[in-house]
Design a protein around this ligand. Structure first.
Ligand SMILES: Cc1cc2nc3c(=O)[nH]c(=O)nc-3n(C[C@H](O)[C@H](O)[C@H](O)COP(=O)(O)O)c2cc1C
Length: 207
């Protein structure tokens, strides 16, 4: 499937085929594709919990206001935005830029300073935005990639974040922007047509 078709055909699926497994290899393939997403300074501040155990999905469903798709989908991905992604990844990232010739060694400190200036201190609002925007791009790429792999998805922000953090042992400083349910469309279900989209001129300005 080409990317235009994947974008056109992706839908948020409410009815998943229950009991249909996705192998860990397939989930890894999906994560590998999503992992090619762009990110600020290539800092990749995302973490993912792959929830596939039926009992764990039930607990997640309770945290997600009892949305049935949470335990009906084959797996649900808890997307975690990590504000500490800067500290965690910057050294490896700059090493790779240096090795690959993107950056001369003498520029390392300058780049380090730039990243710290751009993304603020660890607990700043700027840092939270940094983590959430990059993790959201990761999630979007994952949904398009899923379509290409023959899978369906449903993004969700209808959940109690504190409940998920407690049940899944996620540290308080992390942010959960979105859950993504992944699976297969339940057989016999026909999707309603895609709902309203605004006209381009309502939201785009050409200058
Ligand atoms: C960030 C985000 C959060 C969403 N949260 C929920 C949710 O909690 N429950 C739900 O049923 N749909 C949720 N949706 C799905 C939207 O309702 C859906 O994307 C929208 O209606 C457009 O439909 P489409 O994705 O099929 O084009 C969410 C979508 C996004 C992008």
């Amino acid at each position: 499937m080409d990317v235009i078709q994947a974008i056109k055909e992706r839908r948020s699926i409410n009815f998943f085929e229950t009991g249909k497994e996705i192998s860990d290899e397939k989930v890894r393939e999906l994560l590998e594709l999503a992992n090619l997403s762009p990110s600020s300074f290539n800092l990749q501040p995302w973490k993912v919990i792959v929830v596939k155990n039926p009992g764990r999905k039930k607990i997640l469903r309770q945290c997600a206001f009892n949305q049935p798709k949470v335990d009906e989908a084959s797996v649900v991905l808890i997307m975690i935005a990590d504000p500490k992604g800067v500290e965690e990844n910057i050294d490896r990232m700059l090493d790779s830029w240096q090795e690959l010739g993107y950056m001369k060694p003498e520029m390392r400190e300058t780049y380090m300073g730039m990243a710290n200036n751009l993304y603020g201190t660890e607990d700043s609002l700027r840092r939270k935005f940094f983590a959430v925007k990059n993790t959201s791009l990761f999630a979007m790429n994952l949904m398009i990639a899923a379509k290409g792999l023959g899978l369906e998805t449903h993004p969700m922000d209808g959940f109690d974040e504190d409940c998920i953090k407690k049940e899944f042992n996620i540290p308080a400083d992390k942010i959960i922007p979105i859950l993504v349910a992944v699976g297969y469309l339940k057989s016999g279900i026909t999707l309603l047509p895609r709902a309203f989209r605004r006209k381009i001129d309502e939201f785009a300005r050409f200058e």
